[in-house]
Write a protein that binds this ligand. Structure first.
Ligand code: TYD
Length: 197
């Protein structure tokens, strides 16, 4: 099982991945957490480019899309191995991030054609102003309008892939968000969640 959490920066993905992972372990599952960009050399290069001043420019986004697809491929072999070991893989981001951030469906799907589609994607959805105030500490217009587009694209992707892409409201407090995520995952795994209908 390959589950990913998606969302713009500041939606609380890391916290929720920890809570989800702990709950699954407590419920008797074996869990492996992974993250994109990875720690590979390509991943390190991506992180460097992400901090450059023109990170959101259209050319840099194309370069990033290509690098992200390559970096993601370094992860796929590991994910297959973990799945064979009956581990649930929880990924911080997936190729849906490329579709949302690099925002150009056709060729991004093409360069990601060797990549697995997650069995379940969960979008932590949050208003961009709130997300920015939570983490980015910047009102920079360019960044804000970029993220508004990313959020819209995410919502469109979730709506177009209703069977395996669920939206969770990330503006509900840590515990409620956690229980909403658990409900979605429980229904995928066919298990019950204590105290939740
Ligand atoms: P990171 O610091 O890990 O942010 P976060 O904790 O929000 O995931 O950096 C990842 C950044 O890379 C984030 O801004 C989203 C972006 N990204 C893309 O633009 N395309 C992609 O395909 C992926 C996986 C991430």
């Amino acid at each position: 099982m390959y589950i990913c959490l998606e969302g713009i920066d500041g939606t609380g993905k890391s916290t929720q991945i920890e809570l989800l992972s702990q709950w699954l372990i407590d419920s008797g599952f074996k869990v492996k957490k992974v993250v994109e960009p990875t720690g590979s050399e390509i991943g390190l290069l991506i992180r460097k480019i992400l901090t450059s001043p023109d990170a959101t420019s259209s050319n840099t986004q194309k370069i990033l899309a290509l690098l992200f697809a390559a970096d993601r491929l370094t992860l796929m072999e590991k994910i297959s191995k973990y799945e064979k070991e009956n581990k649930i893989v929880i990924s911080d981001r997936s190729f849906y991030s490329s579709l949302a951030y690099q925002n150009s469906e056709d060729w991004i799907l093409e360069i990601n054609k060797f990549v697995k589609t997650p069995d379940l994607a969960i979008l932590l959805d949050l208003d961009v102003n709130l997300a920015i105030s939570r983490c980015l500490k910047t009102d920079e217009f360019e960044k804000k309008s970029f993220l508004i587009n990313v959020r819209e694209k995410y919502i469109e992707l979730a709506k177009n892939n209703k069977n395996n892409f669920k939206i969770v409201n990330a503006n509900n407090g840590e515990n409620k968000v956690n229980s909403d995520i658990k409900k979605v995952v429980a229904s995928l795994l066919g298990i019950c969640v204590d105290g939740i209908d």
